[in-house]
Design a protein around this ligand. Sequence first.
Ligand code: S3P
Length: 172
Amino acid sequence: MLLKNLEIPIILIGFMGTGKTTVGQYLMNQLHLSYVDLDEYIEQRESITIPEIFDEKGESYFRKLEFKYLNECINQFDIISTGGGIIENDASLDLLKKQKQVIWLDCDIKIVFNRIVNDPHRPNANNKSLEQLKNLYLSRISRYNEIAFMKVNSNQNVSEIYQEITTLLSSD
Ligand code: S3P
């Protein structure tokens, strides 16, 4: 499928477990565009896993890496899925604000909780109760909202999400 006036990069933002990676890969396959998952990119470039970065260097160090590699990826890839906490860092938030196609995937917190509860690969979800996770989600909503060009409900299946995104991207 070809979309007229498609601006790149398309950047997917949203809380953990809202389907950014699944949707990013689907967009890549359907639109024949290059794609990167920022978390995976960081792990590859730094040769260390995200839980190890959190453990050994702390979250604020991770946020600086996230900004550094977001900058790099914006100039290299057509579609980027970001980590749910990227908006915690002011430099990343400012950079994202300047991008035209930032898509916010949002979905019910209970669905998110069931998907990511005790995921050892997600230090900010691991060992959190539904209430704690909901509080983290609520604390981030205004920042997602501030930078999003469009918001898509990701309770739907991936092909429905794809339809919604491409309709919005191709409308004048
Ligand atoms: C985080 C989300 C993760 C990852 C890191 C921190 C967060 O990405 O960047 O574990 O603070 O929300 P996903 O949103 O892909 O899980």
